[in-house]
Ligand binder design. Structure first.
Ligand SMILES: [Zn+2]
Length: 436
């Protein structure tokens, strides 16, 4: 909420968007649009962008904000604050809340709770009622409320026929979304192979005596959904791809022209199952941390565009919940406030490629490209991230805005830090500090 009127000039940075890079100042209005892009511009207020890239705001396709139902771990407000500090101007909230986001009442509640937060939180909704995998959620009604991504995230839709029906139904709903595609996003995990398992099945699970799930628990569902995308012609988005086999199948599906997209979570391209060596549940996550070869394949998939987007799968848990045995602790780790730095530190990619995977490509997948991720030109929405890619800093869970502090990167030195974030023309983060 802007009380002061006027405009802000972002001075001295390098504008990077899908059209390329150029040195330019950017003036944004408090009303929420970019007023001018060019040399030596002035404004009522100045934000220093020296040594920074000025990018369209980052977009995260995959966050768990825990509200309603688990507000002691995170709320939409605290999650949005963490997101803004991470340079995100929009995040897609996953539906595995309590109750699940599977009906208009709960989706409306999330939209209302997000109305005045410092990040544009968009709800996804469940594919099936209660994420139970048995009957379809009222998707048409939810599309009318603005939902563009459906997922039972936390689990995959196990039933082949139900998934086929969901895809056919979703494919028939574009008339309710102004032509925007309705995307079914899948958490690929075959329960029959993963039940009772807590980490990746391999050398480390054997050594530690922790029951493991094979890579095939993910890959069999990727394989099935590629087949169903071919059968129905409806787009499938593959969430948090973690295995070399999954990346190879998606590469082949894209080469065959099938309507599939994919994301990788930050932890899947920098951590491996060896992190579980001390039985620390901080490293328990679904899908599990995999092997060095899988990490290399995920990086390769990001480098060649097989994997479209970097997501966080931000999954806050209270210390009380995480301080249990490896078997009993819930899966998941924080990601919003470290995502850019982790990508910038661990991926050997030009910054343009990192920003593509964190801004304009996920914005297109989520159907929000009119508001986020677009080129920075006069008249475009003023949703921006100003990032210093060369500053190094040390990760601290305690210092985060999240209500939880289960970061797997505690004490890690990383490179690249968000300096300012602009949402609808408002500087919601200035010099790394959330403004409200
Ligand atoms: Zn998931």
């Amino acid at each position: 909420m802007n009380t002061a009127s006027g405009n802000t000039v972002i001075k001295g940075g390098t504008v990077v968007d899908e059209t390329g890079s150029r040195r330019a100042d950017v003036v944004v209005s408090d009303e929420g649009t970019v007023l001018a892009v060019g040399d030596d511009l002035d404004g009522d207020r100045i934000l220093d962008a020296t040594d920074c890239v000025v990018s369209p705001g980052l977009v995260d396709l995959h966050v768990h904000l825990r509200q309603p139902g688990k507000e002691e771990a995170e709320t939409i407000e605290t999650g949005a604050r963490g997101a803004a500090l991470g340079g995100f101007t929009s995040v897609i909230a996953m539906p595995n809340t309590t109750p699940a986001m599977d009906c208009a009442a709960v989706v409306r509640e999330v939209i209302d709770l997000a109305a005045d937060t410092i990040c544009d939180v968009r709800p996804s909704a469940a594919i099936t009622v209660g994420r139970g995998g048995e009957s379809l959620a009222p998707m048409a009604e939810l599309v009318k409320l603005g939902v563009r991504i459906f997922t039972d995230d936390g689990t995959g839709v196990q039933d082949d026929k139900l998934m086929r029906t969901a895809l056919e139904y979703a494919g028939s709903l574009a008339h309710l979304s102004g032509g925007q595609p309705i995307v079914l996003a899948q958490h690929c995990e075959v329960n029959a192979l993963s039940e009772g398992t807590y980490m990746h099945e391999g050398e480390w699970s054997g050594r530690l005596g922790i029951p493991g799930q094979p890579a095939e628990a993910e890959e069999l569902m990727v394989m099935r959904d590629i087949a169903l995308a071919r059968l129905t012609g409806t787009r499938v988005h593959f969430q948090h791809m973690s295995t070399a086999g999954s990346v190879a199948m998606i590469r082949a599906a894209k080469a065959a022209g099938l309507p599939v997209t994919a994301e990788a979570a930050t932890h899947h391209f920098c951590l491996t199952d060896a992190c579980c060596a001390d039985y620390d549940p901080l490293y328990k996550v679904h899908p599990p941390l995999r092997t060095d070869a899988d990490v290399a394949a995920v990086k390769e998939g990001l480098a060649d565009g097989t994997i479209d987007a970097i997501a966080t799968d931000h999954a806050p848990h209270t210390a009380q919940d995480k301080e249990q045995t490896f078997a009993d602790a819930p899966p998941g780790m924080l990601g919003l406030e470290t995502a850019f730095a982790i990508a910038n530190t661990h991926l050997d990619l030009p910054i343009e490629a990192i920003l593509a995977a964190m801004s304009w490509r996920p914005a297109a997948i989520a159907g929000i490209a009119a508001d986020h991720g677009g080129p920075i030109v006069e008249g475009s929405p003023a949703n921006l991230a100003i990032i210093d890619p060369n500053t190094t800093w040390t990760v601290s869970g305690e210092a985060m805005a999240s209500r939880s502090n289960n970061t797997p990167y505690e004490g890690m030195a990383v490179r690249g830090r968000v300096r300012h974030t602009i949402l609808k023309g408002e500087a919601v983060v200035i010099d790394g500090e959330a403004q409200r």
